[in-house]
Design a binder for this molecule. Structure first.
Ligand code: NAD
Length: 251
């Protein structure tokens, strides 16, 4: 096991692996493999506990908690669970998100659906950050990583709106948390684990300079960089990792 994050406590939201992508699971495993104690959180509590048990079976430290990131009470309980189990919070990975599918449309969505995607993808990272800040301050600082998407740079309906706004959240929180020594950066993956129809994969590959679909592991190096002191001079940025798909703004 690596020691890059020894002594650190990390929360990863949406890490139960209940969805199709499972990026949160890979993130939680990667942080634990670098010796962080990990709070695996998900709206599906059983899935969160399963992921945590899997991590614990490798000899690392983890707990699973149910947390709907649109609920302030759930978020507060998640942070309390981190403090109770591991003494505090140093790293927050805001990974939970409503992915493409129907969210790739704008006009067909009802106002309730708009509120839902913005609540999960855009507002929840702010509320989770606020909830973790007190513990991070008490521990001398912290790191927040927001999971964006290269969809923020394209035309993918409500998903684009929510992730582009999240990139703004990353910049604004980096500014407002600066005096607390809490850094905030983002990762914007491209076509990773999404199970897309073959035809769509071919179209997307044609836009990439790297001719393969991404794997969750392609994101791990950046995640660990952003969560460690190696990136101590970096703040408010969202880094695109998408095989070169989003190199021009609109395609
Ligand atoms: N998979 C990809 O190719 C890809 C590409 C770019 C960006 N992303 C982003 O990465 C993140 C994870 O994507 P994924 O593909 O692994 O998704 P996923 O659907 O596999 O996982 C999302 C997780 O979030 C959880 N979740 C949903 N609503 C929640 C809520 N209200 N509170 C707490 N948890 C909730 C789900 O239960 C699920 O476990 C998302 O933010 C997504 O937008 C994914």
């Amino acid at each position: 096991m690596g020691k890059k994050l020894e002594g650190k406590v990390a929360i990863v939201t949406g890490a139960g692996g209940a969805g199709v992508g499972g990026l949160g699971v890979v993130y939680a495993q990667a942080l634990a493999a670098e010796s962080a104690a990990v709070v695996v959180s998900d709206i599906d509590g059983e899935a969160a506990v399963r992921t945590a048990e899997c991590i614990v079976s490798t000899g690392a430290r983890a707990i699973g908690v149910r947390c709907d990131v649109t609920s302030v009470e759930d978020i507060d309980a998640m942070v309390h669970a981190a403090v109770d189990a591991f003494g505090g919070v140093d790293i927050l990975v805001n990974n939970a998100g409503l992915a493409r599918g129907k969210w790739s449309e704008a006009l067909i969505l009802s106002s309730e659906e708009w509120m839902e995607i913005l609540a999960v993808n855009t507002v929840a990272p702010i509320i989770c950050a606020k909830a973790c800040a007190e513990s991070m301050r008490a521990r001398g600082g912290g790191v927040i990583v927001n999971q964006s998407s290269n969809g923020a740079l394209m035309d993918a309906g409500a998903y684009t709106v929510s992730k582009l706004a999240l990139n703004g959240v990353t910049r604004v929180l980096a500014d407002e948390f600066a005096s607390d020594n809490i850094r905030v950066n983002g990762i914007a993956p491209g076509m990773m684990t999404a199970k897309l129809p073959e035809e769509q994969v071919r179209t997307l590959l044609a836009r990439q300079t790297v001719q393969r679909q991404g794997q969750p592991e392609d994101l791990v190096g950046l995640l660990l960089y952003l969560c460690s002191d190696e990136s101590s001079f970096m703040n408010g940025q969202t880094v695109v990792i998408d095989g070169g798909m989003a190199r021009s703004p609109k395609q």
